[in-house]
Design a protein around this ligand. Structure first.
Ligand code: QV4
Ligand code: CA
Length: 508
């Protein structure tokens, strides 16, 4: 009885902070703009066998159709109704995806856009992904239904201009988006009903879009109405995983700590700082990463959702600026993602993108709006090439060997302490995770050559960055760990990927 009480207490405390991934799966991937049919296949053919814990999907609810510019990705952040009906697919396809992914142990997290509906300038008509009628002029969304009473126009008659005014940030319109009155029980219930439909289908949690633009207490009121997770796949009493999009780089009225009670928060300092370090801007060097995490002023590890880039800042939207690393800077990007996945701080999300025709004018990409690969607006299939990469302009960073193998590394070292840090005072660093894994980086302009204490048992290990361990053979480099736990590492500064990672399961 005592044990039961204690266990349920721990379960309760962990609750909305727990990603609800299957045991031993420690990272999720954002399959930005993918179709549900492709995600279902990806769960079965790739994510489950490679140890991914789950997928963040693009908003599944009906959105406005924007034709000027032509079908931008950001139209999906302008809801018209809560029908599951978008370019990614319909409700049947969504259900099939959730079922098939859960059946192979891969969770689905929904991007919930509940702060607002479409833009105030969205006009009237049926230009929406399911053809639902709406009228942005008089705030009429009959398919929900919402009417003028359900919006914050009374409290605020304009846009957010001043991020130092918390009332404005939460009650006014974010780039013109019609702001929902979440203090009203009708709005809270309507939003919760939408989320509960998704929970009942089997999703494991939510990214709360624009959380900073909602009052923490209003979010809590919505969360308190949510069902427990579907017991077909989750144990009785499991709560949905919640991570809130709160951009807090410091210096604004709203602090991400205000949201800790509701769930985790996105730590935007993480990618901005890591990008600065790997790029060696502002005098930063990798040696300074020794106290990475809370030591850098980040939120507590068990409240953090971390990532190198997201769908906004990989194209200049949102926060982070020019320091953010993306697939366009592949060599540095792989190092950054590798560092993130090796380091114990936070719950990690890997980005998976599509390619678009960038066009920089005065330092700004004027094509930052371009939507997913498509034929006349219809999202293209994610095809798989013979070499396991993706076709049709899907980048599939999560399939890059270096990234995929570091997801496996993170699973293997899960629960192990950060250990055996070494640095050369510059940009050559190394660290271990107890006796389960070790990683070495050379981001200096000269070779690395050092014998380091790894903490690993003696043996020959395959480097999982330059290759794979296949049966009893390394397709890439090998590392010999002696009986004293020490190993010699040599990394050229011109190596294709100037880092090496070994772990318990890459041992021959
Ligand atoms: C335009 C004018 C406005 C005018 C309005 C009138 O610019 O001045 O008032 O019309 O209707 C798009 C356009 C924007 C347009 C707006 C409304 O870019 O020009 O306003 O639609 O029609 C994404 C994009 C936005 C896009 C939005 C909705 O990034 O550009 O706006 O989708 O389509 C802050 C927030 C943070 C946010 C981040 C981008 O704190 O919460 O900015 N991040 C999340 C999502 C992001 C999304 C939203 C929030 C909104 O990650 O992808 O914005 O849901 O930091
Ligand atoms: Ca708001």
């Amino acid at each position: 009885m005592k044990f039961f009480l204690l266990a349920s207490l721990i379960g309760f405390c962990w609750a909305q902070y727990d990603p609800q991934t299957q045991y031993g799966r420690t990272a999720i991937v954002h399959l930005f703009e993918w179709r549900w049919v492709d995600i279902a296949k990806e769960c079965e053919r790739y994510l489950a066998p490679k140890g991914f814990g789950g997928v963040q999907v693009s908003p599944p609810n009906e959105n406005i159709v924007v034709n000027n510019p032509s079908r931008p990705w950001w139209e999906r952040y302008q809801p018209i109704s809560y029908k599951i009906c978008t370019r990614s697919g319909n409700e049947d396809e969504f259900k099939d995806m959730v079922t098939r992914c859960n059946n192979v142990g891969v969770r689905i997290y929904v991007d919930a856009v509940i702060n607002h509906m479409c833009g105030a300038g969205g006009g009237a008509g049926t230009s929406s992904t399911c053809g639902s009628y709406y009228n942005a002029n008089n705030r009429d969304f009959p398919s929900v239904p919402y009417s003028g009473w359900d919006f914050n126009d009374g409290k605020c008659d304009g846009e957010i201009y001043n991020y130092n005014d918390a009332n404005q940030v939460r009650n006014c319109r974010l780039t013109g988006l019609l702001d929902l009155a979440l203090e009203k029980d009708y709005v809270r219930t309507t939003v919760a009903n939408y989320m509960n439909r998704l929970i009942d289908i089997g999703v494991a949690g939510f990214r709360l879009d624009a959380a900073k633009h909602m009052w923490p207490g209003d979010i809590k009121a919505v969360l308190d109405k949510l069902h427990n997770l579907n017991t077909r796949w989750f144990s009785q009493g499991s709560r949905p995983f919640i991570f809130q999009e709160v951009i807090d780089l410091g210096g604004e009225a709203i602090k991400s700590s205000e949201y800790f009670g509701n769930g985790r928060v996105t730590e935007f300092k993480y990618g901005a700082k890591l990008g600065t370090v790997i790029r060696k801007w502002n005098g930063e060097k990798m040696a300074y990463l020794k106290n990475w995490g809370e030591g850098w002023g980040f939120v507590p590890s068990d409240r953090a959702l971390v990532f190198v880039d997201n769908h906004d800042n990989q194209r200049g939207h949102g926060a982070g600026g020019a320091s953010i690393l993306t697939f366009w800077d592949a060599r540095m990007y792989k190092m950054a993602v590798g560092f993130m996945l090796a380091h114990p701080y936070g719950f990690t999300r890997v980005m998976s993108s599509y390619r678009w025709a960038r066009n920089f004018q005065d330092g700004k990409d004027v094509n930052d709006w371009i939507g997913p690969p498509n034929n006349n607006g219809v999202t293209k299939e994610v095809t798989i090439n013979p070499d396991t990469t993706c076709g049709n302009d899907w980048v599939c960073e999560h399939r890059w060997r270096q990234i995929r193998n570091m997801v496996a590394f993170r699973n293997v070292v899960s629960g192990q302490p950060f250990s055996n840090w070494w640095d050369n005072g510059s940009n050559q660093v190394a660290f271990g995770r107890g006796n389960r894994g070790f990683i070495v980086f050379n981001n200096d302009d000269w070779a690395l050559s050092a014998t380091l204490q790894t903490g690993l048992p003696a043996g020959t290990y395959c480097d999982v960055i330059s290759g794979d361990k296949i049966n009893d053979y390394c397709t890439g480099a090998k590392v010999n760990v002696g009986s004293d736990g020490k190993a010699y590492f040599s990394i050229s500064n011109s190596a294709e990927d100037p880092f090496i990672a070994i772990h318990a399961e890459s041992k021959l």
